[in-house]
Design a protein around this ligand. Sequence first.
Ligand code: SF4
Ligand code: SF4
Ligand code: FES
Length: 281
Amino acid sequence: MWLSGDKCTGNPRRVLMSEIEDKRGRSEQSKSLPVGPRSTTGTGKLIPVYVMGKQYMVPETLTIMKAMEYAGFKFIRGCGCRGGICGACATVYRKEGEYKLRVGLACQTVVEPNMYLTQIPFYPANRARYDFSKLTSAPEEIYKLYPELFRCIACNLCTKACPMDVQMMDVISALKQGDIARAAMLSFSCIQCGLCASRCMGELPQYHIAQLARRIYGSKIVPRAEHLGRAVKAINEGRHEEWLRMLMKMSEEELHSRYQEREMEPPMAGEDWVPVNAEYL
Ligand code: SF4
Ligand code: SF4
Ligand code: FES
């Protein structure tokens, strides 16, 4: 859950350690090459991949996540959105003939022949505990909670590891300069997968630090959105109840045509744009 500092999964109760079961059990030996039972999820020729050291034949078109499921693994944890958003499925792999260890998201990375891989969706990186209501917007608050921030040696490996192209070294650099706003904006796309921390020579928990920066920015630096306040007040006062009830009585066709005919905000509309019919605002 975002507010407790865990990864965003769409399901706040979900714990995101990697726990994977080989449904066929470890007693099965690889005398005959393991081939997964569900061929419907993949097309193309079968290629060998090594999951935690054991060879499986999987369709070449599958992502690592689907290939593992094809091979008979069941994800209990370490899998969330399957769409590159939740950050639950960090994976480490090496390609054939290379010494380089690569990182990525299992739900986004396509298998390659003789790839060696494993799932490490949880990094036990340091996550500071704090009472957010007592924090101010002073950068020193972050320095106190995360003194390791200054261990950064600007190697940029975190940026290179990031599947979301977050310029994490610049985020850390902005924080060292006390620029929380810049750090928050630069790290906006972070999905908390932890891959940056896995490559950090300074042992920084970059994603937790950046998350704190975004929280401080959103709550204590950015001006309150007055129009949002007005909208919330209108909801609390029940101003939309009648219209909602009216919509609930409509047929699907009527809803469809209302939706099609609605006045849309132009793509280049400015902040001051309002619809011609402002009755429902
Ligand atoms: S910044 Fe780090 S935690 Fe965030 S998405 Fe990139 S690698 Fe993952
Ligand atoms: S990987 Fe660590 S040491 Fe290197 S730039 Fe990123 S935060 Fe700094
Ligand atoms: S399962 Fe959510 S990012 Fe891969």
